[in-house]
Design a protein around this ligand. Structure first.
Ligand code: DX5
Ligand code: ZN
Length: 225
């Protein structure tokens, strides 16, 4: 991952223009994105269907940036190795999606990727307690997963701070990622609460500005400059 930035920002390709995905990947790399966030939805765990393995393979060929795949799917146990084979460097599964979280995390790690676990907005931080020593990333969802372009849920700020305290106490090298409704104004509060890894979809791919302008605005938003 890019050590140039203490706070990593990863554009979510869910909001990219799929007709010119290769070009958009070049644009985010040139603009200094730290990684690519790849959202997988199955129409079952979340009420939407997005992209899967063939698109991941294409993205892997189209970028030198690390790829972080966010599996919003039921029974992730059936799929994690396939996502690593297709090019994911990080694989995040939801704690709500499997009764065998430790096994899934172990399999992601054994397959050679960084394992992450994600919490929906209503899922307690206590669900992290036993798994935290085994993961490289925790993802706190700041919207209900399923769609880009939703509004940040303000009460998630306190949750981010509580996860930050757990990470500092138990596994200090673990990244704390936030996903959903992050823009130039919400990013500051999320980072102040302890997030160090940011996902942004519509704040980066939108009609208002270029990808480079959007990334500059987001980074400036971190310090409130
Ligand atoms: C939501 C996805 C997000 C989504 C974020 O379910 O997990 O990664 O792309 O989009 P924005 O940044 O527009 O909320
Ligand atoms: Zn996501």
């Amino acid at each position: 991952m890019n050590v140039e930035h203490p706070i990593w920002i990863g554009p979510s390709v869910l909001s990219a223009d799929f007709l010119r995905l290769g070009q958009q990947l070049d644009e985010v790399a040139a603009a200094g994105a730290d990684y690519i966030h790849f959202d997988v939805m199955d129409g079952n765990f979340v009420p939407n269907i997005s992209i899967g393995l063939p698109v991941l393979k294409a993205v892997q060929q189209g970028t030198a940036l690390p790829i972080d795949s966010h599996l919003m799917i039921a029974e992730p146990d059936r799929w994690v190795e396939r996502f690593v084979e297709a090019g994911a460097d990080h694989v995040t599964v939801h704690v709500e999606a499997t009764p065998h979280l430790h096994r899934v995390v172990q399999r992601i790690t054994d397959a050679g990727a960084v394992a992450g676990v994600s919490l929906n907005p209503a899922t307690s931080v206590s669900t992290l307690e036993e798994i935290l020593p085994f993961v490289g990333q925790v993802l706190v969802m700041t919207v209900n997963p399923g769609f880009g372009g939703q509004s940040f849920i303000p009460t998630m700020i306190d949750k981010i701070a509580r996860v930050r305290a757990m990470i500092d106490a138990a596994n200090s090298s673990c990244r704390l990622q936030v996903d959903g409704g992050i823009n130039a104004s919400t990013i500051k509060r999320a980072v102040e609460a302890g997030a160090d890894t940011i996902v942004a979809g519509t704040a980066i791919f939108n009609e208002r500005q270029s990808v480079a302008e959007a990334l500059r605005e987001l980074r400036a938003g971190i310090t409130g400059a």
